[in-house]
Design a protein around this ligand. Structure first.
Ligand SMILES: Cc1cc2nc3c(=O)[nH]c(=O)nc-3n(C[C@H](O)[C@H](O)[C@H](O)COP(=O)(O)O)c2cc1C
Length: 310
């Protein structure tokens, strides 16, 4: 997709010293994160943290040029005028002002009840992957992470079939996907099929095979995040077809296909509802719905005992 065929955003952040910084981006939340990591702009590097205060959206055609012009005009305004425009919430140039709730939906990070590790917080399952391959060494690190997952009786019941974009294996894996999955996953630079060996030895079932394979996959997924590589697991594929195509033995079960890649632009996804799904807010049940104490359904910690040390 060309620069001008996708949406561009003009954003304003308030720096730690109270000054305003204006920029343009296709992914505002990623840009704000970059500013806060000291990788955004020289100006913001010394004035962190920054807080997003306003966003305007510029649609195609010519979104990039429109956003650039709007940015230049906005930057030339006196501070008081900038503050008035931000406060009123009006459109700017050809850009439509985006409300606060809408930019929070651009942020895919987990909105946690309690603090968690950054790799877990940042992980999510995108469908848009960048047109950038994953180095073999990096991919081997992901598989190494899977290798060191725990498993019942250390049976290590997992196996992986790895398909790099452009190879026959990738094509075959893509051909096994069902539903909407092929629409986006076939563009991922890497597809991996996770398989579980269901028996310790002939006739001796491994009841934890699926559980342990899932753990190995999660190790891979979290290790991937450490390289800024995102994973999207899929149960939507034809298991029997995969078994036949890859000659997977009877005592093994194809479990998931995992699309791996660097984060792409949601606007590059094929038309349909994929754009909206990519920007949907991520949700989870509250802890109180699945963490129990005295009995099944009895919330832990009980009301009044929440909040840690006394
Ligand atoms: C076992 C498994 C199967 C999944 N199957 C599909 C699938 O076929 N297609 C799809 O688009 N997403 C699939 N997903 C992704 C989930 O929909 C996704 O993980 C969930 O909505 C939570 O979103 P998050 O990973 O961004 O937190 C699957 C995930 C898992 C773990």
């Amino acid at each position: 997709m060309t620069r001008d065929a996708r949406a561009w955003f003009m954003y304003v952040v308030r720096c730690a010293d109270g000054t305003l910084y204006t920029g343009i981006a296709t992914d505002v939340m990623r840009r704000v994160k970059a500013h806060n990591a000291g990788r955004g702009a020289r100006y913001t590097q010394a004035r962190r943290p920054v807080t997003l205060v306003a966003v305007w959206r510029f649609g195609s055609p010519g979104a990039h040029v429109q956003a650039l012009k709007a940015e230049q005009r906005f930057k030339s305004l006196p501070r008081t005028r900038k503050q008035a425009i931000i406060a009123v919430g009006s459109d700017w140039g050809s850009g439509a002002r985006i409300a606060g709730e809408e930019w929070s939906s651009m942020n895919k990070e987990a909105d946690t009840q309690y603090p968690i590790h950054d790799l877990l917080k940042r992980r999510w399952s995108p469908r848009a992957f960048a047109d950038k391959s994953i180095a073999q060494e990096t991919l081997l690190s992901l598989l190494e992470a899977a290798r060191w997952a725990p498993s019942a009786r250390n049976a290590q019941p997992w196996a992986f079939i790895v398909g790099l974009a452009g190879t026959e294996t990738h094509q075959k894996l893509c051909g096994c996907l069902t539903g909407d999955n092929p629409l986006w996953a076939c563009d991922a630079p890497v597809l991996v099929l996770a398989v579980a060996r269901l028996e310790h030895r002939p006739g001796r079932e491994n009841r934890y095979a699926l559980h342990d394979t899932g753990m190995a996959v999660l190790s891979m997924v979290i290790q991937a995040m450490a390289f800024d590589i995102y994973a999207h697991q899929m149960g939507g594929f034809d298991k029997e077809k995969a078994r036949a195509v890859f000659q997977i033995p009877e005592d093994c079960a194809p479990v998931t296909v995992i699309a791996l890649g660097y984060l792409g632009d949601p606007d590059d996804l094929p038309a349909g509802n994929l754009h909206e799904r990519e920007r949907q807010k991520r949700t989870r049940k509250p802890l109180s719905e699945f963490v129990f104490g005295e009995a099944w359904g009895a919330i832990w910690p009980p009301a009044g005992e929440q909040g840690g040390e006394s």
